[in-house]
Design a protein around this ligand. Structure first.
Ligand code: GCU
Length: 350
């Protein structure tokens, strides 16, 4: 989100998209302006690189803030050799597009939610399942543990996608436009937005609702216009995406805790010297720690904003939702790999 450096031609192309989308950092949630595919501004190994990171969150979201901090420190510590520019608000495209841009080497980095990676390798669905993580601490003790995730995260490298690790995206809850959800049966006949994932489609079906897969940035308008009756997310996104304005019934179903991954174009990573790569890896891990701390504060602030907005909260019996969707775990763990990752994850629970 810096605006003053000299721009290479490729960045001008990107910025044309941003101007159309309404300007990085200031754009409405969901504004898009995907760049045209151009070859990356690459340095030779050990030279200087200019990278872009795509996010679908607002500029003040904890992940964006942490990623910006990482970018600033990496820039300083590499003495400008690794220059990362942060593009929030889907300004380089929604997550599905951003992931494709990374795979193509058109952009270098993106923050991508679990369901999108499940679409590249179904073993990633393990971390998109209900009941897999007890809480955020458990999640964070697993998703950056090389012993558990090393092979999984390397599995996309033959498609030029390196998964470097994960941040938390908190726990997810259902919210609706017209009436509170108290039991799974209350979702009957309701169109509930899910991320683009088979697993999450089946999850809402198991509750009894009608799942509607959709990109993040489209949800506000769909709730507002009645295309959707509800959605599910954490408090922070519910407020930062302004869903709070159009879906005022928020039920603490706590049915999922899904990670957000940092993914990189493998060919871009290969351009870093060993020294710069070590700096990048270290500052990424520091940004994860920072994000987890920011997450707690951001959640409290979001809850205060929800109260202020007059949201009707429902403290539901979460076991009713967990029981309804529990069959998803066994029916989804169809590969030995996925089962082994699931078992290791459960073994790491406190
Ligand atoms: C959360 C998560 C995002 C994800 C979004 C969604 O906000 O952090 O990565 O894209 O949910 O529901 O699509």
């Amino acid at each position: 989100m810096r605006r003053n450096r000299a721009l290479p031609t490729m960045a001008v192309t990107l910025l044309a998209g941003l101007v159309l989308a309404g300007c990085a950092g200031d754009a409405e949630p969901g504004a898009t302006g995907a760049p045209e595919a151009t070859s990356g501004e690459s340095g030779t190994a050990g030279g200087s690189v200019e990278w872009r990171i795509a996010l679908n969150q607002t500029a003040d979201h904890p992940i964006t803030v942490s990623v910006q901090g990482m970018a600033d420190r990496v820039n300083e510590l590499t003495e400008g050799r690794v220059d990362i520019e942060v593009f929030p608000n889907e300004s380089l495209g929604a997550q599905a597009e951003a992931l494709q841009l990374v795979a193509d080497g058109t952009i270098e980095l993106a923050i991508i939610s679990g369901p999108q990676l499940e679409n590249m390798n179904t073993d990633f669905l393990v971390f998109n399942l209900p009941l897999v993580f007890d809480d955020i601490d458990h999640q964070m003790s697993v998703v950056n543990d090389d012993e558990i995730v090393g092979d999984l995260y390397a599995s996309l490298e033959d498609r030029n996608v390196s998964v470097l690790g994960a941040y938390t995206a908190g726990d997810r809850n259902i919210y609706t436009t017209d009436k509170p959800i108290v039991t799974p049966a209350d979702t009957a006949g309701l169109k509930i937005r899910v991320q683009e994932s088979e697993t999450h489609l089946k999850m809402i079906e198991l509750m009894g609702g009608s799942p509607t897969p959709m990109a993040f940035g489209e949800v506000y308008t769909a709730l507002q216009s009645g295309v959707l009756d509800g959605a599910e997310n954490n408090e922070v996104s519910y407020v930062s995406q302004r869903h709070v304005e159009v879906a005022p019934y928020f039920s603490y179903t706590r049915h999922l805790i899904v990670p957000d991954y940092l993914v990189a174009s493998t060919s871009s990573l290969d351009e870093l010297s060993a020294e710069d790569r070590a700096i990048f890896d270290e500052e990424f891990l520091a940004s994860v720690e920072e994000q987890v701390a920011l997450w707690a504060t951001a959640t409290d602030e979001a809850i205060a904003a929800m109260e202020e907005a007059g949201v009707e909260f429902s403290d539901v019996d979460t076991s009713l939702f967990a029981d309804a969707i529990a069959p998803l775990v066994d029916s989804s763990l169809t590969s030995d790999n996925a089962r082994a990752i699931y078992d290791a994850t459960r073994a790491a629970a406190a």
